[in-house]
Every structure is written in C-alpha cells, then in structure tokens.
Design a protein around this ligand. Sequence first.
Ligand SMILES: [Zn+2]
Length: 480
Amino acid sequence: MKSDSWKKFMYFIIVFLIMLIPVSGISAESERDWMTNEEFLVKLSEIVEASDGKVETDVAGYSTQGNEVMSVRVGTGDQVLLITGSIHGNEKSGGEALVEILEYLGTSDSFFAQSVRNEITIVAIPRYNVDGLEIPQRQNIFPWDEVVSAYPHLEGAAPAWYYNERNGGFDINRDFNADLNYEVAAEDLPGHTNDFGFFITKESQLLRDLYVELQDEFSHVEAYVDLHHMGTPVMNKTGEDVTIAIDYPPLGPDDSTKYVDYPLLDQDKSKRYALAAARGVKEFSDKEEPGVAQYIAFQERDFPGQARSAFALNGTATVLFEMPGQQPQFGYDQDLVDRVENGLWGIISHMADGSIDDLNGDDFLTEIPRYWTDNITDMRDVMVRFTEEDQFENDRDARLVDNHLAALEIYENQENSEKMVKHLNGFKVLLDNQRENGLIKQEAYNRLNSDANLLLERWENKLYHNTSFLFEGWDSNLID
Ligand SMILES: [Zn+2]
C-alpha cells in the first residue's frame, strides 16, 4: 500500500514536470511586476472561462473599505484545503502562485490534475487584504474612530494591541479567535500577543465565515495554508540565503497546558503538512533548493490570534509559508513564486494520493534546517559560520566561545536548569568582555547575546517554575 502510493506520487511528479516544459520559451519576465487587482480579476475571469465550470469564483465578503474579496474554488474532493495569500498587504507572492495553480487545475486534463480535482476541494482567497495591497501596507485600513462608530460599546476602550496607529489599520493575522462565535467586548481590550484576537475586522470575519461554511459543508476543514513574506535571513550553519521558510502553528511549547480545552489541536498533523510542503519545494523543482528552512518557531512562541492558530485549535492542519523580501522593496521574482507553488503542490499531491498521513511529523524538525536558535546546538552551528566569517579577532576567542557552548550543550542534554542558568550568565559575561575588548564583531555579538537571552529566559523559567515567557528579542523578525 505504502509503496503503491509512492509510485503514484512519483508518477504525479513526472507528469507534472512534463507540464512545466515551456511552450514558447520566450517571455518578458524581467519586465514583469506584481499583478494589480484589475489584472488579477481579468486573469481570474479568463481562468473561469477556460475551465468549463471546473473553477468557480465567489465574493467571500467585502473589505473594510468596501472592496470585493474574491474566493476561488476548484475540485470536488472530500478533503478541503483552504489557502490565503496576502493577509499582509505588503506580501504579494501568494496570489501569483495561487493563480498559476488555479489555471493549471482548471484547464489541465492530465492524470495529476484530474486526481487532485477528484480528491481535494481547494478554496483560495488569493488577494485577501485587498485594501492593504493597494498601498501596499501590512495592515488593513480601519482607523480606530471608525471602529468605535461600528462598535459603539468600545467607546473609551484601548485599541487592540495589534492596531497600528500610524497606518490606521489592523494586523488581520492577529484578529482571530479559536472561539469562532466570539464578539468583541470592551473589557477584553487591548489584549496581548499571547491572547486571542477579537474578530474586529471585516476581513477576519469573512475568512471565519468561509471556514464555518466549509465546516458545515464538509464536516471538517482538513488543511489551511497562509502565504507570507518576511525579511532576508541566512541559514545558521551555511550562511546561505533562506529561500522559503515553513512553519506549523505557534502555540507554545509541546508541554504547554494552555490549550488542553482544545482536544482537536493536532500539532503533529500540522508538522506532517509542513513537511509535505518543504519536500514539495525540492521535489517539484528542477533546482537544488538548499534554502528551504523552518520558520522561527522556538518552543515558547505562542500566537493564538493568528488565523492558522485559531483554525488549528479547531482541528485543521495549518501551515505557514514565509518568502524572503517584502513589497514594495522586492520586485517580482518568478523563482520565488515557483517555490510558493511547489510547496503547495507538495501538500496537494500528498493529500491527493493519501500519503500525507504516512509522513512522520518529527522529520520536519530534524530534516529541515533552521536559521534561528532553539537550543545550544543551533548556537554552535552559527559559531561554525561566524568563525569562518572571521567574526572574531583571533581563533582563540572563537574557541573560547565554542568551548563554553560545548559545556552548555552537555547541561542542556542533561536538562540541568541550575547549570544552564549559571553558565548562560557566564557566557554573557564572556561575550561582553570580548565586545569591550574589540575581540568580537557586532553581528556575532548581537546574535549570540540574543540567543543566550532567549535560552536564559527558558531555563530560568524551568528553574524557578515561572510560566510566563516574555522574550521580545526576536520581535522585529516575527512578522508572520
Ligand atoms: Zn506576513
């Protein structure tokens, strides 16, 4: 059975790769820009027309500024895959990749396309934050005085913590609540990063409503993928560019008791889907793809107000894609769009042939490399690179740092919190000494010191039985 599904999977890949051979070979790729909303709508109607009923569009709802937010549906399978692009308006590749996928699935009669259509129902909102996309900006457009007009009972309440005063709008991806019937109450504001959101925006409400409709129709939404952009990090060990980062829901450490009242939460299932995506980027590409990474998810990260977290708590496997470089600074990049697409094909193909449940979710954690620190071993990986990059005045200083980390690695494996706290503090003293004496460059100092602070807070919490985790050092990079 298992080898049969593998054969089928390989067949899918071969058929699909043949589909990718370009017919014309000539294009004006270098001139191409991210599509406008008008271009998107034209393209969408062309796909619907050509699909002969296989692709259907609907107005999922209206943005706060009254613009249509389109949803697109293809396939008739029992498994529902929900996908959103551009929940942040300055992150544009998701919609581009989705248009290519919808076009292929809407027009191809290949065995692969037919199998996908038979096994899966894909429902996508390619351009979700339509108002933010126009500017572009991360948030939607919903100034707080308009919020108070819409919800008079919030008069005098503090704005939600994810409201951005300067941009006059909300981070839609913090506006979700696992209680899908939640209605905003003044006493819950302003909330906190570690709390649920409030369904204040029309945008979060329309995705919530679509999710509930799909639950009613299919009894269960199998998977949700949220497509984003981030900064431009490099791998811990090799220093190579991260070309796509993938994640499962950030809901605190594995031993957290915060979500015991959500029995449908299945983090391992989300990890299987994340693994399928990561492998898909490599399997569906004709390139090496060394830049596939795990997105920042050190154990304590806890963001229940994200759409992917709220849906995961309702039993859906959820996956995040983060592509390097946001808009408008970074222009159209076909390789990048292809990676988004290939990651999605990884999930779609493993869902279509039923092999996704044969994957081992833990492989996502061991097989896919990191560009951030979750343990001392990660710091030692970074040290290999910093040493090669001459971030230290001389080899002796680099060795001193690594020796210290080697000792810490042993205590970490022994889970000796007392020694971890003591020696992490000692490690920070060593770094400070090296900096004061000009023996370490700023980049290495900043990274190692920040990593040490993260791990110190973790081990202090274990030692003193604290439950709150307040580490903010990575916040500027936490843009999912
Ligand atoms: Zn984002």
